[in-house]
Design a protein around this ligand. Structure first.
Ligand SMILES: [Zn+2]
Length: 222
């Protein structure tokens, strides 16, 4: 990986790769049980992702598994939270005693999913102190219609407007995540992996891949 993962006290997390297996929610359930257990011990929460700003609060391990939402927040130990992606942005917010996992595509960003997750943490008495962006499609591979770019640029600033290697209009999704995280007063740590370029990740846009890698995070146990 281009950038080493920052060490976040109290928070365990990882961005999976193809080598960890397909973690998409609709996959073969028996395979998923084994893959999840190999990655993180404990009860997992996964989401039925809809590109919304909906957030669930996980108050006990495994709660809200399969719920329709695009972010999950917890302050309890033993709860393994996950989101999956194959180009969209998996984002971790870490607080001293809490964390959020976020699935952020452009629709979710416009809907305010990052702010909604941070607000939910705040309601639980937790202020995020770090934000980490996992494997995401980079601007040079994310051709985007100019008309669709306009509202995103209006919301997050002109830095989200980019161009592909071929010179077509493109969305800089990491820049949009950076802007959303910046509104929280945080500087985004981008691990710098483009899903379209990386042979270790899935890309729906670049290759039509059906597999999904994941962001998996849980608080340190007592
Ligand atoms: Zn790329």
């Amino acid at each position: 990986m281009a950038v080493p993962l920052p060490d976040l006290p109290g928070v365990n997390y990882r961005f999976t790769t193809r080598a960890d297996g397909d973690l998409q929610v609709g996959g073969a359930p028996r395979d998923l049980v084994g893959r999840r257990a190999a990655l993180a011990p404990g009860e997992w929460t996964w989401l039925r992702q809809m590109h919304s700003a909906d957030v669930v609060v996980v108050e006990h391990p495994g709660q809200h598994r399969g719920s329709p939402a695009d972010a999950a927040v917890t302050t309890v130990t033993g709860a393994v939270l996950s989101v999956v992606a194959a180009d969209c942005a998996p984002v971790l917010l870490a607080a001293p005693g809490g964390l959020a996992v976020i699935h952020a595509g452009w629709r979710g960003l416009l809907a305010g999913v990052v702010g909604a997750a941070a607000d939910t943490l705040a309601r639980l008495g937790q202020t995020p102190v770090a934000a980490v962006l996992g494997p995401t499609i980079a601007a040079h591979h994310y051709e985007f219609g100019e008309a669709d770019l306009a509202p995103i640029a209006e919301r997050f600033g002109p830095a989200v407007v980019a161009s592909t290697a071929e010179g077509s209009p493109a969305l800089d999704l990491p820049a949009a995540v950076g802007a959303a995280v910046g509104e929280l007063g945080l500087e985004l740590v981008d691990i710098g992996v483009c899903t379209a370029c990386s042979a270790d990740h899935w890309s729906y846009r670049a290759r039509g891949d059906n597999g999904r890698h994941a962001l998996v995070a849980w608080l340190d146990g007592p």
